[in-house]
Every structure is written in structure tokens, then in C-alpha cells.
Design a protein around this ligand. Structure first.
Ligand code: ADP
Ligand code: SF4
Ligand code: MG
Length: 354
């Protein structure tokens, strides 16, 4: 984690939903992590693993089944009424489906000014002027403040959502798949906008995506989620270069790359099917798909452990450093140049074999 003050401290968070016939689906199961002020944390994992449920539980919509959400030292799960209403604007969320997230009947200027109405900031004319200023800041034409959401494109609707979230002057911005429904060319514009606003306003950001390639360039650290649990948290560069959890390695090896066939070693999963969160596998939840499963994995659930270098992993048999074949090739060339190739290569392949 970035050095500095902790803004968000999630402890043993569990989110459950009724699944009919008296059954419960545990969408988020005993999740704990921290975020420092000013940090951008990526949250990745396949669809249905519980990312949105975790995000909504942070803003208490709906409240989690158990656990704590400490925001600036105050447990949001324990506050209600006026106090919660006062705290809520400080945590804002941007949703994947921007069109559904906007009221179709409301003019976008009014939508963007809405947080100011809620916190009762300024007079009516001031709020409208501030909304127009914000439209300019996020790249929207202030002249279009009287139009309705259906008159805007998907990318513009996402800008409207961002403008509305920023009006509340939040400390924490949760972006739930903010670019997944947009064209690739528009994705880059929205990511740049978020990045600019984050830097300008010193925001702390939880950036959720199922796309590892998108998260790579945006986040300081990345948390990987599988079937309601966190399996690895590490600084972004570290996670992409030397994943410790087999699931992280599989997600990274699935990132399309122009020379994937030549340079990327693929991690193949045993089974493509994600088990149901209604009936998660025993022991390690990933054992039905993991290529490294051993008997212990069926019996005992691995806990998220710190390796002492800022990386946390929940696996009984984490991967060791597995270098990219290109780097291995460079090392082998260096070995020949040094003239003692056999010994050097032998030592290196021993050290770096997974
Ligand atoms: N309101 C709900 N009622 C019942 N089940 C839900 C509800 N919301 C989410 N779930 C279930 O919780 C699990 C996690 O869903 P979600 O948090 O949306 O995952 P993600 O955002 O990673 O795609 C899924 O199995 C989903 O079906
Ligand atoms: S604990 Fe076992 S099954 Fe789970 S990820 Fe690690 S090696 Fe695979
Ligand atoms: Mg989701």
C-alpha cells in the first residue's frame, strides 16, 4: 500500500442476498483490505465474482451482512440517519451502465447539480452556474445543460455521471466498470478524464474492471477477486510481472498481446466453468480450476497472507518468480557473454523455475 494515511479500512466484509427457497448467496465473503489516501486500487475478477456487491456495500447500498467499513476512522456500518446522509457525499460511485444511472426525465444540468441540492450548498442560481462549470471541466458543452440523457452518447453520459459524482467533492470515488460499455476509442478518453480529475482533486479511487489490460495502466495496486474472496493484492507492476496466485497468472496470460503466441507463457485452467457462489467448493475455492491443485487445497482454505514485500496472497502453493521468455533469452545471452554459460544458466533456471 502507498505510504500514508488510511482512508478506507474494510474488515471481514460479507454481503449476502436471498436466492429464494430460504437459500442465501454469499456474493462477498469475509473480505478485508485497506486503501491509503490518494491511492488508486484496481479490483479485478471475472463477472459474477462479487466486485459490484463489494462496491455497493462500501457505500452502504445495501448494508453488508457483517463486517466493518471504516472510512476516515468511522465505521459506516454503525452509523445511520443524519450522520450517514452527511457522510455519503464523500463516497461517490460511477456505474457501468451510465444511461440507466441517469434519470431520463431530468435535464443533465439539474442531474449534475443534484448533489449540491442534497448537501444544500449555495443558492439555486449558484448551483446551476457550478454545474455548468463542472460540465466544462469534464469536457461537456455547458450549453447542453437543458438537454436530457437520451440526447447524449454513451461516452457523454459517462462524463455526466463523472460530473455529478465530482460535484459532491468526494474523497473516495468508486468506478464500477466505468468504461466496459464504451467503444475502445472512447474508453481511453474517459480513463484520461478520470486520471486528470483524480490528480487535480487528490481523490482516492477504487477502479473496478473485469479487464486486466485496462487496470494495468490506471492503478497503484491491484486486488484480484474470485468467487467472493480476495486471492491476491499487490502493487500493479509487481502483480503483472510476477503474479503469485495461479488465478492472477491465468487472468494475466489471457490479456491479448500482439506477440502473445511468441512470448507469453499461457496458464491453462482445468475447467472454464465458475462454480456457483450458492455452493462454493471446499477448501480453496479455486481448486476446481487451478492447474496446481494438491490434496491440501481440497481440505483447507488458504488465508490472505502478507509476504512482507507489500504483496498479499491466499494460496497454499503460490507461484515463484516466472520470468517472461524474452527476459530468459536475454539472461541466457548474458550467460554466454560471461563465458560460463552452463553454470550460470543452471543456477538461474533453478532460481526462477516456478
Ligand atoms: N440483488 C441481488 N440478488 C441476488 N443475487 C445477487 C444480487 N446482486 C448480485 N447477486 C449475485 O451475487 C454474485 C456477485 O454479483 P456481482 O457483485 O454483481 O458480481 P460482479 O460485479 O463481479 O460481476 C453473483 O452470483 C450475482 O448473481
Ligand atoms: S491453494 Fe491450491 S487450489 Fe488454491 S490457488 Fe493455491 S495451489 Fe491452487
Ligand atoms: Mg459488476
Amino acid at each position: 500500500m502507498k505510504n500514508g494515511e488510511v482512508l478506507l479500512d474494510i474488515r471481514n466484509l460479507t454481503v449476502e442476498f436471498n436466492a429464494g427457497k430460504g437459500r442465501k448467496v454469499c456474493a462477498v465473503s469475509d473480505v478485508s483490505f485497506q486503501m491509503a489516501k490518494g491511492e488508486t486500487l484496481g479490483l479485478v475478477g471475472e463477472s459474477g465474482c462479487g466486485k459490484s456487491s463489494l462496491a455497493r456495500a462500501i457505500i452502504q447500498l445495501p448494508r453488508p451482512a457483517s463486517g466493518q467499513v471504516n472510512f476516515n476512522g468511522e465505521d459506516l456500518t454503525a452509523v445511520c440517519g443524519k450522520r450517514l446522509r452527511r457522510l455519503r457525499p464523500r463516497l461517490q460511485m460511477i456505474f457501468q451502465d451510465s444511461i440507466a444511472a441517469l434519470n431520463p426525465r431530468r435535464k443533465v444540468g439539474q442531474t449534475i447539480a443534484m448533489p449540491l441540492n442534497i448537501i444544500r450548498k449555495g443558492r439555486r442560481e449558484d448551483r446551476i452556474a457550478m454545474a455548468r462549470e463542472m460540465m466544462k471541466a469534464v469536457g461537456l458543452d455547458p450549453q447542453s445543460s437543458d438537454r436530457r440523457p437520451f440526447e447524449f452518447s454513451g461516452g457523454q453520459c459517462q462524463r455526466i455521471q463523472i460530473a455529478r459524482a465530482l460535484m459532491a467533492e468526494p474523497e473516495l470515488l468508486i468506478c464500477d466498470e466505468p468504461v466496459s460499455s464504451l467503444d475502445v476509442s472512447i474508453q481511453a478518453q474517459i480513463i484520461n478524464l478520470l486520471e486528470n480529475q483524480r490528480t487535480r482533486r487528490g481523490l482516492t479511487m477504487l477502479f473496478i474492471s473485469h479487464d486486466m489490460a485496462v487496470v494495468k495502466n490506471v492503478c497503484d495496486r491491484v486486488a484480484v477477486m474470485y468467487l467472493g474472496k480476495l486471492c491476491e493484492i499487490a502493487p500493479a507492476q509487481d502483480l503483472y510481472q510476477t503474479p503469485a496466485h495461479p488465478y492472477t497468472a491465468a487472468l494475466i496470460s489471457a490479456i491479448p498481446s500482439p506477440d502473445a503466441g511468441l512470448s507469453q507463457s499461457r496458464t491453462h485452467l482445468k475447467n472454464a466453468e465458475i462454480p456457483s457462489p450458492l455452493n462454493p467448493p471446499s477448501g480453496c475455492r479455486f481448486h476446481t480450476r487451478c492447474p496446481r491443485t494438491r490434496p491440501l487445497c481440497y481440505e483447507s482454505e488458504p488465508v490472505l497472507r502478507d509476504n512482507g514485500q507489500g504483496k498479499q496472497v491466499a494460496c497454499h502453493f503460490p507461484l515463484r518468480i516466472d520470468l517472461n521468455p524474452k527476459i530468459k533469452k536475454l539472461i541466457s545471452r548474458a550467460g554466454y557473454r560471461l563465458g560460463n554459460s552452463t553454470l550460470l544458466l543452471g543456477l538461474l533456471s533453478y532460481c526462477f523455475s516456478s
